[in-house]
Design a protein around this ligand. Structure first.
Ligand code: HPA
Ligand code: ZN
Length: 341
């Protein structure tokens, strides 16, 4: 019999909620700062790590945007992506749909193409060397206005055939999905998939708006949807995937402890929940660590874990044939591992 951590690491799975800038480890931040001759406002890796103490989403975002300043060249973005893929491959990921925040970089004078080409090069290398497939999702920063989002979509035009969809992230409260209805419509007309962070700190009304005004294909986080029974019924009926991030929720005080995390309730309600890392370098764990921590805290069963793994592929933007292949791999794994020690 395998241990729970070994069962989880071996289980074929996808990661659907991962901000690549949030995979920038402190050591790597110092390395990139050195090679780009940038002075960091922290004396050491330890001092930087000690600053990762957040009371809410905004506390985190302030330090996350500051950290991204060391990313300047195509090689930086490629190396950042590759380091992440090595970690997530070891966690048993077979597929990743990763977010990037172009406005964080273009506002500093780093061209969109430098960011996109670097990330795409890392993704191609991960496919070749690690067998991990991936798709790229362009996130609009919701604390900026819709005109800025439109400008970003225009800048992205030459790369849109290599970008699967658009998302919405950054400071949620005070920046409802309604603010981006037009740019999401333009993205939809362009054939892009749509996702949005909603219900992390924001109210259930923001999740309704993401559904009714943005017409999203997935909800990122969605924790606060559970406060509204009619909303839960809608999400269940439409089989909308929620990309849930347990260690992020703990670090950003969305939950006070993992034992009180809503993941088990989401599964019991029939919601299509998945487990993801969000910003692993800042929140204390990559994909498998999220799975292990939340499984232990909530006493998830082997069957729960298999459902979560299947949800990660059925909720992905892979083709039906690709999804079917991954589901068959999960069934084969489950048959070979009939119990957890
Ligand atoms: N929420 C909103 N914006 C973000 C997050 C998050 O968890 N991570 C990176 N940008
Ligand atoms: Zn996120």
């Amino acid at each position: 019999m395998v241990s729970l951590p070994d069962f989880i690491r071996g289980l074929p799975k996808a990661e659907l909620h991962l901000h690549i800038e949030g995979s920038l480890e402190p050591e790597q931040m110092f390395e990139f700062a050195k090679r780009n001759a940038i002075a960091l406002p922290f004396a050491s890796v330890e001092a930087l790590r000690a600053a990762y103490d957040f009371a809410n989403l905004q506390d985190f975002l302030d330090i996350y945007y500051q950290g991204a300043d060391v990313l300047r060249t195509e090689a930086d973005f490629r190396d950042l992506a590759l380091a992440y893929f090595h970690r997530v491959a070891a966690d048993g990921a077979r597929h990743v749909e990763l977010f990037f925040d172009p406005q964080t970089h273009t506002a500093r004078g780093v061209p969109f193409g430098v960011v996109a080409e670097g990330l795409l090069a890392g993704m191609a290398q991960a496919q070749r060397q690690l067998g991990v497939s991936s798709k790229l999702i362009l996130c609009f920063l919701r604390h900026l206005d819709e005109d800025a989002a439109f400008a970003t979509l225009r800048e992205a035009e030459p790369w849109l055939d290599r970008i699967v969809g658009v998302g919405l992230d950054s400071s949620e409260v005070g920046h409802p999905p309604a603010k981006f209805a037009q740019v999401f419509r333009a993205a939809r007309e362009r054939g892009l998939k749509l996702v949005a962070h909603a219900g992390e700190e924001g109210p259930p009304a923001y999740v309704w708006e993401a559904l009714d005004l943005l017409h999203v294909d997935r909800i990122d986080h969605g924790n606060r949807a559970l406060e509204d029974d009619a909303l839960v019924q809608r999400l269940v009926r439409e089989k909308l995937t929620l990309t849930v991030c347990p260690l992020s929720n703990l670090k950003l005080c969305v939950v006070s402890d993992l034992a009180g995390h809503p993941l088990k309730r989401m599964l019991q309600l029939g919601l299509k929940a998945t487990v993801n890392a969000d910003d692993p370098a800042y929140f204390g764990g990559y994909l498998a660590e999220n799975w292990i921590a939340v499984s232990q805290a909530l006493a998830l069963t082997r069957e729960d874990l298999i459902v979560l793994a299947k949800n990660s592929f059925t909720g992905s933007f892979l083709t039906p044939d690709e999804v079917a292949g991954h589901l068959a791999a999960i069934d084969a794994y489950a048959a070979a591992q009939p119990a957890i020690a």
